[in-house]
Design a protein around this ligand. Structure first.
Ligand code: ZN
Ligand code: ZN
Length: 366
């Protein structure tokens, strides 16, 4: 009996393992919104899983694109798993094709802090990056057309800071992105550098252990780099990264440039079900059609002080407006859409006036 229960339990677990949790986020500005994680480890460096496991995890968690980026210079399992820099990619590739995950060949260039760690992706061959000098590794990666960014810049608090070497890497255009989010950590200082230097916003898991077989939820998910790409190809993803077309999904927050956050907001939010009660009282619903909840705080003017719209949910509004004949603009700050450290995205909610009823806003029966 006990054995049967265990077998059933195992069957349930493995059935769960086969479910892909789609992440609902709108496509914007003519681009597809690809869910990406460009930083993770396997037993080929200091990770605890086989490369195919990273693909299965990514598929379950709704990711579209991943890169396995084992440390080139740090191989603690090398007595058991020999140093073969290209094997994680080669082993994972057939599984990625099976699962429909775009796998990009990458590696982590690992130096003592400072200067720290850097990921290079879109590589053809990792081996030439195994050099003594950091700049030689950077040059070898760049020759292959790599996109390189600075990982977890403030990982060692006692040695943090933007130093001359980072300026050199930046000026030589080796370093074109920066991890504003790494694993559980967001750094305001790094966010400020990303803005100041116009570096591509990267948010990655840097996962070493196996991912738990949990559902991805709006509140509980690995950090992702959302890439706005023409299509799901290596060339299109690279073009987006080089052009800085990314945003980070971190806990219940989006972190990125205002134009992308605004575009996501505009696509996700619809105002409808307008109902007039007389005395210029309007009731309507603000609907959020995506997996990220919206936390709005009133900037000024009419409207409730706070407006919380759950993921894939609605907030009902009852407003006294000046006139039901013309639209009413509500000014809010989306507090969980960060355009700078501690600075949310300003938005305007347009509550249509009566005149717009006949262009598609449904009146509620009363
Ligand atoms: Zn690292
Ligand atoms: Zn790492």
């Amino acid at each position: 009996m006990g054995v049967l229960v265990i077998l059933l339990y195992t069957a349930v677990l493995s059935a769960q393992a086969q479910v892909r949790q789609e992440v609902r986020l709108p496509n914007i500005a003519g681009y597809k919104t690809l869910k990406c994680d460009f930083h993770m480890h396997t037993v080929f460096s200091d990770g605890a899983v086989w490369p195919t496991v990273r693909v299965d995890e990514a598929w379950r968690e709704g990711l579209d694109v991943i890169s396995i980026t084992d440390h080139i210079e740090y191989q603690p399992h090398k007595d058991d798993v020999p140093t073969k820099h290209n094997r994680p990619y080669e082993i994972a590739l057939p599984r990625a094709k099976e699962r429909g995950i775009l796998l990009i060949r990458g590696a982590e260039i690992t130096r003592d802090t400072p200067p720290g760690h850097f990921n290079a992706i879109f590589l053809e061959d990792v081996t030439p990056l195994d050099t003594k000098e950091l700049l030689d590794a950077m040059e070898a990666a760049t020759k292959q057309g790599a996109f390189i960014w600075w990982n977890h810049p403030n990982w060692k608090p006692e040695k943090k800071g933007w130093l001359d070497i980072h300026t050199e890497l930046y000026d030589k255009k080796y370093m074109r992105g920066i991890e504003v989010v790494n694993g559980l950590d967001y750094e305001a200082q790094v966010h400020a550098w990303a803005l100041e230097k116009n570096l591509t916003f990267m948010g990655n898991s840097d996962i070493h252990d196996p991912c738990p077989v949990d559902k991805t939820t709006p509140e509980r998910h690995r950090p992702m780099t959302l890439v706005f790409a023409r299509d799901k190809t290596s060339e299109a993803v690279k073009d987006a990264l080089v052009s800085g077309r990314t945003t980070i999904w971190y806990n219940d927050q989006l972190i990125g440039k205002p134009e992308y956050l605004q575009a996501i907001f505009d696509k996700a939010v619809t105002i409808w079900d307008i109902d007039y009660e007389g005395d210029n009282i309007i009731r309507c619903a603000v609907e959020n059609d995506c997996d990220i909840g919206l936390k709005l705080a009133r900037a000024d003017g009419p409207g409730p002080r706070e407006l919380v719209i759950p993921p894939n949910g609605k907030a009902l509004l009852k407003l006294k407006v000046k006139s039901v004949e013309s639209p009413t603009e509500l000014s809010y700050i989306v507090q969980n859409f960060l355009i700078a450290p501690n600075k949310g995205l300003p938005v305007s909610l347009t509550i249509p006036g009566q005149v717009t009823v006949d262009i598609g806003v449904e009146m509620q029966d009363k």
